[in-house]
Design a protein around this ligand. Sequence first.
Ligand code: PMP
Length: 361
Amino acid sequence: MSTALTPQPGIMDIALYQGGASQIEGRENPLKLSSNENPFATSPNAIAAIAKVTAEVHRYPSIDHLDLRAAIAEVHGLDPARLICGVGSDEILSLLAMAYAGPGDEVLYPEHGFSMYRIFALAAGATPVVAPEAGRRVDVDALIERITDATRLIYIANPANPTGTALDMAELTRLADAVPASCLLVLDGAYAEFFDGYDGGAALVSARDNVVMTRTFSKLYGLGGLRVGWGYAPQAVIDVLNRVRGPFNLSSVALAGAEAAVRDRAFVNMCLTENAEQRARLIGGLRQLGIGCDESQANFVLARFTDEDEAIKADAHLKAAGILVRLVKGYGFPDALRITVGRPEDVSRVLAALGSFGETT
Ligand code: PMP
């Protein structure tokens, strides 16, 4: 007897990811501030390394990412044996759900958490559980209250997307203290570098058996197109993840580009300095225009309008000025736009366009 082919429960309720738009209809070369990419593009050293390796693409890439792990370990002062590299940090986040959660298990994350957390939980056959946030910040107490015997994974992004807010080490430690040994706390550090003085939770990972940190080359490092991310985890977790990851998951091009990018500290430091300056300018400018905006510890800000209608009109006005930002209704903020911090001239363009929007309303 044959039965119908059915995916895991809940999968057909998932809407297809909406984030990738890079064009505005009828406009050439829009100013793209919608995906939190690096406005200064990519380290020239990384571009040179990529060009060099293209002559050897008939060979399979490294199976164990030794050179990239050594470079990351050196720059961050970490043990290379406890690092794993993936196709974006997405892959590491997804492997964690695949390896540690299944039917009957719960995967917990905050209300405005990265949209993929729910999807990874559902794809693993586990039950997503959402904890409310307080004042556009992750609420540690609300998370702790929702931990049960069935909780296998807790995902939090720090700084968080799309709010840009972050928990300090005392709050992260309090959360880690409350997580039982049967559950992994995953600190998603896609924007960790932009939070001054924050190590992404590396010290917590070093001190515990059930904390994992993920990082990416897609944002600060300007390599979104190559898809490289990494994780730092207890040895036992690394051993598990390496059993489920594809052997040649990262291309030789991606590995060469990421290694050169992580070693180019001059480019990285320039980008961080510019981000901090332009973020302050953007937040100050938005507030002056009467647009609500919290402090951000990331490379984007959440601009809050009076209601959904205003946010949609502001988005259309920016598009008409050739500027692409992100409506974040899907994250539970129908009245807001997420705007990536750009170069000085980009921030000026955004503020000028929103200034003229204010005059039309
Ligand atoms: N976590 C968060 C919070 C993100 O915003 C993103 C990218 N939008 C990711 C993880 C995944 O990034 P990537 O797969 O490019 O490393």
